[in-house]
Design a protein around this ligand. Structure first.
Ligand code: PMP
Length: 366
């Protein structure tokens, strides 16, 4: 039997593990920051009809540039962020924002290039960077998981990376960045600046989106996804807003027909029902704030969260707590700084189960 070791695999891929949270069949899956609310029966019907409509044309390739979908996404962003003033020429979409990020790395990274991020942050940023042959530079967030603009500027000036990643709200900490920090980086970055806003819709109202900076900064890319607030993780649809020239660059590296006709039809239908899909966001925000307050009342440390998950700790042996929760049917994520755990915000019933399980788990691990 041939093993991986026998194959002429790229040297820099040797010893790597495939990325992924455990996909376990548990009563309470609170580990991948999904939206717990499934589409309504009415929407399921509309999605089914949309698929039926394209089913008869599946002998043909889809719209290679997904123009109608990009128009819908631009309209959504314009509604979300007054003054954004986006058109389809400034919006691009792919199979999840991970693929969007990969395309960005293919276009602006590669051998001889470097990307810098402020960790702890989304672990796919360094992974996609490495897989594209780009060098990763790990700059650090502050003690409280924020990012002091002066320190951020110093890191960018020292390393002069081709790409800077800023995640706001940040995964796994939940921390949102003030626009001043993003603007400070934009002023000194020699290359592209990617603001990953996968969780933007969950942010507290006082935090503006980086979309408002696009007009003044042609090298800014803001990435978004339909996987989180939009409750469409299974659709695999991520997107970005940027200058039209950035979209031109991504066209050079995207695979032709990368977004299937089914994906495009389903995503457009979801966008047409955006109000319903985003209807759970307010409840999730409230549930998050209640969870943060409860965890603090239990004497735990909790990072401020603008997202649909909460990072809490600190534990001498977080694996023990994670396992004690799993024993009770609650799957959360062992991720981020070593003493911390991350839990996604679910329905009130799921959160009650989490609280009950954690109360027992903490007693057990004392
Ligand atoms: N960015 C961040 C910060 C994320 O947490 C995630 C999902 N975990 C993604 C991007 C990718 O999401 P998707 O590919 O589903 O759009």
């Amino acid at each position: 039997m041939t093993s991986l070791d026998d194959l002429p695999l790229r040297d820099d891929l040797r010893g790597r593990e495939p990325y992924g949270a455990p996909q376990l069949d548990v009563p309470y899956a609170l580990n991948t920051n999904e939206n717990p609310y499934p589409p309504s029966e009415r929407l399921v019907k509309a999605l089914g009809e949309a698929v039926m409509d394209v089913a008869g044309t599946l002998n043909r390739y889809p719209d290679r540039d997904a123009v109608a979908l990009r128009e819908d996404l631009a309209a959504f962003l314009n509604g979300d962020t007054p003054g954004a003033d986006l058109t389809s020429a400034r919006v691009w979409a792919a199979n999840g924002s991970n693929e969007v990020l990969q395309q960005i790395l293919l276009a602006f990274g590669g051998a001889g290039h470097a990307a810098l991020g402020f960790e702890p942050s989304y672990s796919m940023h360094p992974i996609i960077t490495g897989v594209s042959g780009t060098r990763w530079i790990d700059a650090h967030r502050d003690e409280d998981f924020g990012l002091d603009p002066g320190r951020a500027v110093a890191a960018v000036e020292e390393h002069r990376p081709d790409i800077v990643f800023l995640t706001s709200p940040n995964n796994p900490t939940g921390t949102a960045l003030p626009l001043e920090a993003i603007e400070a980086v934009l002023r000194v970055a020699p290359g592209m600046v990617v603001v990953d806003e996968a969780y933007a819709e969950f942010r507290r109202t006082e935090t503006p989106s980086a979309l408002t900076l696009l007009d003044a900064h042609p090298r800014l890319i803001v990435t978004r996804t339909m996987s989180k607030a939009f409750a469409m993780a299974g659709t695999r649809l991520g997107y970005l807003a940027a200058a039209p020239a950035v979209v031109d660059a991504l066209l050079l590296v995207r695979l032709p027909y990368h977004l299937s006709a089914v994906t495009q039809a389903v995503a457009r239908t979801a966008l047409a029902h955006g109000e319903e899909l985003l209807g759970g966001v307010e409840a999730l925000r409230r549930e998050r704030d209640d969870l943060v307050a409860w965890l603090r009342a239990e004497g735990l440390r909790v990072a401020d969260s603008d997202a649909n998950f909460v990072l809490f700790g600190t534990f001498d042996d977080r694996r023990k707590v994670w396992e004690a929760l799993l024993d009770r049917g609650v799957l959360i994520r062992e991720v981020g700084p070593p003493a911390w755990l991350r839990v996604s915000v679910g329905t009130p019933e799921e959160m009650a189960a989490f609280r009950a399980a954690l109360t027992e788990a903490l007693k057990e691990s004392l």
